[in-house]
Write a protein of this length. Structure first.
Length: 238
């Protein structure tokens, strides 16, 4: 018998060369493929958790508390404590006119404004202002009215104690107390009495003048003639 010897196969395959890979740190941004869980723009790609561009509390402005209009905003306009300050005197424009001045180069136009100002507590005044635009004219008229303001002598019930009458240019005005009747007046005289804070009063324009500025000045002139009520004989005897 012939002995058969089996030789082992000595040919071996070379191991496959592994491609070296570079490990990416956690949270690094990927440019060549889909973004990973940690590399998305809204994740924590720029630092610790919550410090990303779209993370919770990690916005560019410093979180939800620093948004415009929040409690910590710069201007404080959205805060609950913002309150508009009311001016000391109320104003009412009674007349506005466009006036013309003739110069060597032609005509120049301006505005003339008449304003009544008062604090509704006994102080009232009438002023006039002129300027190239209405805003500046109103400001000048308001300053002039405050400069010429008078203090009216009123009773404890904010009424005038007696009847008064005055004349300014062609305007003539009479003002009388009217208990229980409220305000009975018209034209610019009513504006003067309202801003002075006078109650239960009746006014009458005795002339045919329609000039509101003269009527208002006549009303203020009449209010300056109010004198304090003289004490009665009974109170003097006590």
């Amino acid at each position: 018998m012939t002995e058969t010897t089996t030789q082992p196969n000595t040919e071996t395959k070379a191991p496959a060369t592994a491609t070296p890979t570079t490990a990416r740190p956690a949270g690094a941004r990927s440019f060549g493929g889909p973004r990973g869980a940690g590399a998305s723009r809204g994740g924590s790609s720029r630092g610790p958790a919550g410090a990303g561009r779209g993370g919770a509390g990690g916005s560019r402005t410093g979180g939800a508390g620093a948004r415009k209009g929040g409690p910590s905003s710069r201007g404080g306009r959205g805060g609950a404590g913002f309150e508009r300050v009311r001016p000391e005197f109320d104003t009412k424009m009674i007349q506005i006119r466009r006036v013309t001045r003739v110069v060597s180069g032609g005509r120049r136009f301006a505005f003339s404004v008449a304003v009544v100002a008062g604090n509704r507590k006994g102080s009232v005044g009438v002023g006039i202002g002129k300027a190239a635009d209405t805003a500046a004219a109103i400001e000048k008229a308001t300053k002039n009215a405050k400069k010429k303001m008078i203090k009216v002598r009123l009773t404890s019930a904010m009424m005038i104690p007696h009847e008064v009458e005055a004349k300014e240019a062609s305007a003539r005005v009479m003002i009388m107390p009217a208990p229980g009747r409220g305000m009975v007046a018209g034209s610019s005289v009513r504006n003067v009495l309202e801003l002075a804070g006078i109650k239960n009063v009746r006014a009458k324009i005795l002339s045919g003048s329609k000039n509101k500025l003269n009527n208002a000045r006549a009303a203020v002139k009449a209010l300056t003639q109010i004198r304090e009520k003289k004490p009665s004989r009974a109170s003097v005897a006590k």
